[in-house]
Design a protein. Structure first.
Length: 140
């Protein structure tokens, strides 16, 4: 069934629903799985909460049709902020994606608690490791 037709009297587009469906299909990427895989490779946490990163990661992984556990874990770790990745590795999660997601969430919580303990009043976790303050003594 054609979504639109051209006649001598002008263009007939059919229903709005048919028009929008034709418009969507015309502008979708040719290779949806390949496009999702490229987006997954480019995905970074960028100091966002782990839950936001995980949600976006799952959408792209599903669209890309990935099922290989090793590849999913590799891509997940690659996109995490480095301080979260270090914390997750130290927890030694099992070789499945859900274990890595839980380790990343726990790592984020540990980092936030460390910052609170160290006296930081930052609500959000910065994307850098805090440097130790240098204390200088007066030689007099």
């Amino acid at each position: 069934m054609a979504a639109h037709t051209v006649s001598g009297q002008g263009i007939h587009l059919g229903t709005m629903e048919n028009f929008l469906a034709a418009l969507d299909s015309a502008f979708q990427p040719f290779d949806m799985e390949g496009n999702a895989l490229r987006q997954l490779h480019a995905l970074k946490q960028l100091s966002r909460p782990v839950n936001e990163y995980v949600s976006e990661f799952r959408v792209f992984a599903t669209r890309a049709g990935l099922t290989d556990v090793s590849q999913l874990i590799h891509l997940f770790r690659q996109g995490l902020d480095s301080d979260i990745t270090i914390q997750a590795i130290q927890q030694g999660p099992d070789n499945n994606l859900q274990a890595w997601i839980e380790a990343a969430k726990q790592g984020e919580e540990i980092i936030c608690m460390e910052r609170i303990y160290l006296g930081g009043k930052q609500a959000k976790r910065p994307n850098r490791i805090l440097a130790k303050e240098k204390h200088y003594t007066n030689p007099n």
